[in-house]
Design a protein around this ligand. Structure first.
Ligand code: OOB
Length: 535
């Protein structure tokens, strides 16, 4: 395994292989297999482009040969920063086929994140678009290359300048023979999804990811008739492989790439492409539900909408099935591995109120306080290990010592409890705690109380520095009607049973909550309000 990554213990790995969980196949075989089954079936759709499995598989081999010819070697890390376009899929699979390791970055990343990722990954190549939404990516890439001597090649989608290489000019034969792959080694790096620190690198192996997409696909009843709409950024684990893009391609289904999560664009796309399944974060779902009420778009093809990435309020969850006319599946997941899904045959009440169960019998979950399990049904930290959950981030040994237990469980940092029927309910983040005058207040709990108020559409509880209390509770709210005053909010929360010390000290009205590029509330930006920095 690539130096700097933590392998599973040998006996555990042997067990996963013996049980057939790890199949010992390279990730890019999913494309070859689907192409062998039906070369003419459509794999990718973007705007007016439609690419068959036969063409995609051949394109991937030509690109892999082209990358190899340009000096991309097996084991090289290659930073990939692209929007939802077919090139993302082709390039990532081509790098995997060439034995290189793509490092997924968000298109929204700028100098701070990109230079951090180049250094942390030791990337020797960088793939990016010439420009996207008015931003000059070539300028950023040139600056990054000047500052990092190990970065050898800049590959651009679009017009090259200076010494950049255009991906369109990569010439290789589609009869090229790739180097042999080791399926137990790293296929690509995902990014950790923190909202407070710079991302860490999450090494995912061929074996572990193939298992994830297969298992997720089975639980979604995915077949070659399915059409998956990639709405969220494609490099987000949720959109890439839960079952997402890779899972859909693996069963021979069609992936439609959306340029934006905007419902005005996506709902007509569902009608045009007969989309059957998609995955959204709650903030995007809110927009979709508003639009779905009056849109003329025909959504009858849609059979399943997966929602995850952040807490889904039960009130919002209850609106999915009636408004979109399809099934709801809550997904609790993370780049590091563990995925929990509602099951198709769960009662509606379970789909609305819980985040489901782990997708595999081989996932182990524990709910602990420190290392000790809490009594069944009580809230504690969720820790987990299993066949697709990493044993360590790349090249951060000090952090790994804290983030993993000595027996290899990943400490998710999420607070969770189990219902009597064994479904998980996520109650907040361990670190999302406001320490108010010595009392610890779970921000998510305050938010649940706020959201229960009929005049509040969205809310975030944030600890702001306070001379007297250390931190005071500030409720940032997006009103859905007349703005409730602080006193009224406090008494409404009190009437619902909230303890005095959990009541907000201050209310601030905002037009919308700032979000990270992956749709999580950006509390760092909210806290900056206090410093007078515009969020
Ligand atoms: C997904 O992945 P990441 O790595 O961006 O973020 C993981 C964190 C979790 O630890 C949890 O704090 C939060 O995001 N989260 C949820 C949630 N799903 C994720 N919190 C409450 N309810 C949920 N349903 O966000 C991700 C990766 C794959 C599939 C889905 C989400």
């Amino acid at each position: 395994m690539l130096a700097g990554c933590t392998p599973w213990p040998e006996d555990t790995a042997a067990r996963y292989r013996r049980l057939g969980i790890w199949r010992g196949e390279a990730l890019d075989t999913v494309l070859t297999r689907s192409a062998e089954r039906d070369r003419d079936a459509i794999a990718l759709v973007h705007d007016e482009r439609r690419i068959s499995f036969g063409d995609l598989d051949a394109w991937v081999t030509r690109l892999a040969a082209g990358f190899a010819r340009e000096g991309v070697l097996p084991g090289d890390r290659v930073l990939v920063q692209l929007p939802n376009i077919p090139e993302f899929v082709a390039i990532v699979f081509a790098l995997v086929r060439a034995g290189a390791i793509p490092v997924f970055s968000l298109i929204a990343h700028r100098h701070t994140e990109i230079s951090h990722l180049v250094r942390l990954s030791g990337a020797t190549h960088y793939v990016f678009p010439d420009a996207h939404r008015g931003y000059d990516h070539r300028g950023l890439a040139a600056r990054i290359k000047d500052e990092n001597s190990e970065l050898r090649t800049l590959f651009v989608i679009g017009e090259p300048v200076d010494s950049m290489t255009a991906v369109a000019d990569l010439a290789g034969e589609d009869t090229w023979t790739p180097p042999p792959a080791d399926p137990s080694d790293i296929a690509f790096f995902l990014l950790s999804g923190g909202t407070t620190a710079l991302p860490k690198l999450v090494p995912r192996t061929h074996d572990d990811y193939l298992f994830q997409i297969t298992q997720a696909g089975i639980l979604c009843g995915l077949t070659d008739k399915d059409v998956y709409l990639a709405v969220l950024p494609i490099e987000f684990n949720f959109a890439w492989g839960c079952p997402g893009v890779v899972g859909t391609l693996a069963v021979g289904g069609t992936v439609v790439l959306a340029d934006t999560p905007n419902p005005m664009a996506c709902l007509p796309l569902i009608e045009r492409e007969w989309v059957s399944i998609t995955s959204l974060v709650p903030s995007v779902l809110t927009l979709w539900l508003e639009t779905a009420e009056w849109t003329p778009a025909d959504l009858t093809s849609l059979r399943l909408v997966q929602i995850g990435g952040a807490k889904l309020a039960p009130e919002l969850a209850a609106r999915v099935m009636p408004a979109l006319g399809c099934d709801l599946q809550q997904v609790f997941g993370m780049a590091e591995g563990l995925l929990c899904f509602n099951r198709a045959d769960d009662p509606a009440e379970v789909k609305v109120n819980t985040q489901g169960k782990p997708i595999s019998f081989a996932d182990e979950i524990r709910i602990v306080d420190g290392l000790e399990p809490v009594p069944l049904g009580e809230v504690g930290e969720l820790i987990t290990c299993g066949p697709y959950t990493i044993r360590g981030y790349y090249r951060v040994p000090e952090h790994n010592a804290r983030a993993f237990t000595s027996d290899g469980f990943y400490r998710t940092g999420d607070l969770a409890r189990l219902t009597p029927r064994g479904d998980l309910v996520i109650e907040g983040r361990i670190k999302d705690v406001i320490i108010r005058g010595g009392d610890k207040v779970n921000a998510a709990e305050v938010e649940d109380y706020l959201l229960a108020h009929p005049a509040i559409a969205a809310a975030a509880a944030v600890g702001l520095p306070d001379e007297l209390l250390g931190e005071r509770i500030c409720a940032f709210i997006v009103p859905s009607g007349p703005t409730p005053a602080l006193a009224e909010l406090r008494s409404a929360m009190h009437a619902r049973g909230a303890a005095d010390y959990k009541l907000p000290d201050e209310v601030r009205v905002v037009g919308e909550l700032p979000l990270t590029p992956l749709g999580k509330v950006d509390k760092k930006a909210l806290a900056r309000v206090e410093e007078g920095v515009p969020s």
